[in-house]
Design a protein around this ligand. Structure first.
Ligand code: FES
Length: 207
């Protein structure tokens, strides 16, 4: 081989070049891989969520809502708490498919326009958002203003005589379930593809 001594299979120049390039690659990887892991890791880690008992079934009539404070982010104290509006399912108005997770209807208090807290006004049987005039009907469907989809919901179930509340999910205008989305993200038509679910959202806890 030109430039090599007798018996050598690679020149010293080439060996040095390979060594320098290898060392450079390792150094670059040492800087970029941790940064990439730090940036992308949260996308794939699931937010933990446990079922939380919120009361006995008799605490929740089907003709009005009971307000409950629940924890949606654990380990950060009151900053991780939110309000859920809960009532028993009413077959005369709740026409969406019934399963083990919706014997009790639990609505999020987060407005689906920009996220302000909505308030249930019993006299009007409506949820009112104070920020931009969003109005939702008794089932949490949009009946006026800028919100782009119905109020989010929480899975519920009954265990050991207690109503328990689980992860949040989003719904479209036909109350079909979707993984949780952020406010301002519509789920009807092409909206469900324009705003895909995030990997970090909670999954339904195992029984
Ligand atoms: S945040 Fe509720 S209407 Fe704008």
């Amino acid at each position: 081989m030109p430039g090599a001594f007798e018996g050598e299979t690679v020149t010293r120049r080439r060996l040095m070049g390979l060594t320098v390039h290898t060392a450079g690659g390792i150094t670059a990887a040492a800087f970029t891989l941790p940064a990439l892991g730090f940036a992308l890791g949260p996308l794939f880690s699931r937010e933990p969520f446990d079922w939380q008992p919120i009361g006995q079934p008799s605490d929740f009539p089907n003709n009005t809502y009971t307000t409950k404070v629940i924890t949606i982010v654990q380990g950060i104290g009151s900053a991780g708490k939110t309000i859920a509006y809960v009532r028993a399912r009413n077959p005369s108005i709740d026409t969406e498919h019934e399963d083990q997770y919706n014997h009790f209807i639990a609505l999020s208090s987060r407005c689906m326009h920009l996220g302000c807290p909505v308030r249930f006004v019993a006299a009007a049987q409506r949820f009112i958002c104070p920020c931009h005039g969003g109005v939702y009907d008794f089932r949490g469907m949009v009946s006026g203003g800028p919100p782009v989809r119905p109020l989010d919901r929480f899975y519920t179930r009954v265990r050991n005589g207690l109503v328990e509340i689980g992860p949040r999910y989003s719904v479209n205008s036909e109350l079909q379930r979707f993984s949780p989305r952020d406010p301002g993200e519509p789920l009807d038509g092409i909206g469900q593809y324009l705003y895909p679910k995030r990997f970090s959202t909670s999954v339904l806890p195992k029984d």
